[in-house]
Design a protein around this ligand. Structure first.
Ligand code: UDP
Length: 369
């Protein structure tokens, strides 16, 4: 007997919706084409060292939404963790996001916050119209020198296009500060699930009304078996790419095992264009409460996303927006399907935003029923 609803994709969006519908008394079948739940948040212990590895790149949970924070705490007692990122840039190691330490070190100065803000304002480019892209946003925030050292090369590598082609919203994700606060995020709550995201999502899906089918690829035909499908795969894949392919960035990882402490921090970004990787993660530092003598270090490379690659980031250039509008029109006519999550909505959403949206989707759905 099939459930009443299907969630296609067992990442945060599918798991949150399934969990909430199951709690409301509905039966939900959850499908994922991979051998594990948690999508790109998947974590697993490295068999040789016991270190918890973020298999698809670093994920640090943060939110300012008290409801979202309370929700995740039901499935994991989040350990205190603050993301503090360092950057290799222009021959030195700096603190990110750009803060007073970065500015003073970069310019060889000893400015206080008021002086630093005035100093950077003089460097910043003034536009007599709203900024139109990532590059203009950066130039208007920090001026050319900081932009070229910390953002141009990294962004070129990460996205594979000129920063002037990208939306300003990508840069707006990051704070810029004139004090010594080096917390990567401004969120009120921040933490790490001690047994990883996969264990957290497994708990979310652990309900008598939920069945999980791994290694199972689904297509549109699944609609005929269920009252409603909650789909968090790529929106263009659902429609077999009939409107043309949306562009994504994919990632490649190179893992090494070493002894001791290799880089002294969980994440170090490499901002110079000449260095081929974007960042290096040393995974045991994501769990500073654990003791490990060995270390797993992973270099991350950003690549084009071909048909056989895993999509990670929606590129979202103008051409993609035109195609996306057509897929969204089709999606509106798909009356028993909800498109959700980073890939279903083709939007650069973090975990906390996905959870917030999925809680809303489940709530509206149970109210309407
Ligand atoms: N970015 C950069 N240099 C850095 C860090 C970030 O140029 O050292 C830019 C880059 O374009 C990146 C964007 O800021 O894609 C957002 O960074 P974030 O750390 O939020 O990226 P994520 O962790 O989601 O890959």
């Amino acid at each position: 007997m099939t459930g009443q609803f299907a969630a296609v994709g067992a990442g945060f969006s599918g798991a949150v919706v399934a969990c909430q519908l199951a709690r409301a008394g509905y039966r939900v079948d959850v499908y994922d084409q991979r051998h594990h739940v948690a999508g790109n948040c998947h974590t697993e212990r490295d068999p040789a060292t016991g270190i918890l590895v973020h298999r698809y790149g670093p994920h640090i949970f943060h939110t300012s939404h008290a409801g979202v924070w309370a929700f995740v705490q039901q499935f994991a007692s989040m350990m205190p963790y603050v993301n503090r990122v360092k950057a290799h840039a222009a021959g030195q190691v700096y603190s990110l996001p750009i803060n007073l330490h970065t500015i003073n070190q970069f310019y060889g100065l000893q400015l206080n916050p008021v002086q630093a803000e005035a100093f950077v304002r003089l460097k910043a480019q003034v536009f007599d119209r709203p900024v139109r892209n990532f590059e203009e946003q950066a130039l208007s925030m920090m001026g050319r020198e900081l932009y070229e050292s910390f953002f141009y090369g990294y962004t070129r590598k990460q996205w594979g296009v000129e920063p002037s082609e990208l939306p300003a919203s990508i840069l707006k994700r990051l704070p810029m500060r004139f004090d010594y606060n080096d917390n990567y995020y401004n969120s009120v709550y921040q933490g790490m699930p001690p047994e990883g995201y996969t264990a957290l999502i497994e708990r979310m899906l652990d309900h008598p009304n939920i069945r999980v089918f791994l290694n199972t690829r689904c297509d549109r035909s699944i609609r005929s078996q269920y009252q409603h499908v909650f789909y968090s795969g790529a929106i263009d894949a659902w429609f077999d790419g009939v409107e043309g392919p949306l562009r994504y960035r994919s990632l490649q990882f190179e893992q090494e095992m070493h002894h001791g402490d290799v880089q002294g921090n969980a994440v170090i970004n490499y901002c110079d264009a000449a260095v081929p990787w974007t960042r290096i993660s040393e995974h045991k530092h994501f769990a500073p409460w654990e003791q490990h003598t060995e270390s797993i270090v992973v270099r991350e490379y950003s690549t084009d996303c071909t048909e056989n690659d895993i999509p990670y980031y929606p590129l979202g250039l103008d051409a993609d927006k035109t195609i996306l509008a057509r897929y969204k029109q089709r999606a509106e006519q798909e009356n028993n399907v909800t498109f959700m999550g980073r890939l279903g909505q083709y939007a650069y959403l973090d975990m906390h935003r996905v959870i917030e949206q999925s809680l809303g989707i489940a709530e509206r759905f149970t109210q309407e029923k």
